[in-house]
Design a protein. Structure first.
Length: 236
C-alpha cells in the first residue's frame, strides 16, 4: 500500500495540474510545488538514481515474498514533467506475482512527487488478472501527490496519490529518530518512520522505515493481514 483530507493542494495548483503539470504554489502543509522538476531524484530519504537496486524479502498473503526495485535510467514525460522510471517486481513463493512501473519526479526544492504507476497482478500461470490501482497524473482526473517532502516534519500528513476510488494512499511522519534492524543492517536512531493508510482499505495500517541515502528499508502491516518486507540487499 503505498482519513481525512489532510493534504490539500492550493487552488492555483489544482488548476495548473489539470493537464498533469504543477505550477508554483503551496499546499496547506507548506510544501512547495514549483517549476524546475527533474527526473534525477536526490532527496536523501528517497533517492532514485540510475542503477540503484533494492531487494526485499518477507511475507505477503501467507506466502514468501521477494521484491526487487530498480531505477531504470529511463525518463518519461508526463504533462511535460520529466519522471524517473522505476521497475518494481514481486515474487510470491518463487513465482512472479506483480510487476509495476512507477513514475517519480523531484521539485527544485527537493520534494519527491509521485506521478503514477502502471501495475499488473499476475496469476500462477503468468497471466495478467488485474490492473487495478494503475493511474497517471492528468488522466481521468488523477493528480500527482507528494511521496516524500523535502524537509520531513513529525506530525505532518500527505497524500501520495489522488485517484479517487482507485489509488488514495496517505502517510504521516511519526519519527525522524527511529531505530530499525533489517538483514541489510542496523540503524540506531537515524531512521524516518511513517504510517500509511488508504480510505479504500479502512482496516489496514502500514509502517515504513526510511534511511538516508538508501530509502525504504522496512515495511510492515500494523493493522490488517500479516505482511512485511525487509531490505536484504542494496546497490547504489
Amino acid at each position: 500500500m503505498r482519513v481525512g483530507a489532510t493534504f490539500v493542494l492550493a487552488a492555483s495548483l489544482l488548476a495548473a495540474i489539470a493537464g498533469g503539470s504543477p505550477a508554483r504554489a503551496e499546499d496547506s502543509r507548506g510544501v512547495e510545488a514549483n517549476g524546475g522538476f527533474t527526473s534525477r531524484v536526490t532527496n536523501p530519504w528517497f533517492p532514485l538514481l540510475k542503477g540503484m537496486r533494492w531487494e526485499y524479502r518477507g511475507v505477503k498473503d501467507g506466502r514468501r515474498l521477494r521484491e526487487i526495485v530498480r531505477v531504470t535510467g529511463a525518463v518519461k514525460r508526463i504533462g511535460g514533467v520529466p519522471c524517473a522510471v522505476v521497475d518494481d517486481r514481486v515474487w510470491l513463493d518463487g513465482k512472479l506475482a506483480e510487476r509495476t512501473t512507477d513514475w517519480y519526479t523531484q521539485s527544485a526544492h527537493g520534494a519527491v512527487w509521485y506521478y503514477g504507476e502502471s501495475t499488473a497482478e499476475l496469476n500462477r500461470h503468468g497471466r495478467v488478472v488485474s490492473r487495478e490501482g494503475s493511474w497517471r497524473a492528468g488522466l481521468d482526473g488523477a493528480r500527482p501527490g507528494i511521496f516524500m517532502p523535502a524537509r520531513p516534519r513529525v506530525g505532518r500528513s500527505y497524500a501520495q496519490e489522488h485517484y479517487p476510488g482507485h489509488a488514495e494512499d496517505h502517510f504521516r511522519i511519526v519519527s525522524r529518530h527511529a531505530s530499525v534492524t533489517v538483514p541489510f543492517g542496523a540503524f540506531r536512531g537515524t531512521a524516518l518512520m511513517t504510517r500509511e493508510w488508504t480510505p479504500l482499505e479502512p482496516g489496514v495500517r502500514d509502517g515504513k522505515w526510511y534511511v538516508k541515502g538508501i530509502g525504504v528499508v522496512r515495511e510492515r502491516a500494523l493493522k490488517g493481514p500479516v505482511e512485511h518486507a525487509e531490505l536484504v540487499a542494496f546497490h547504489r
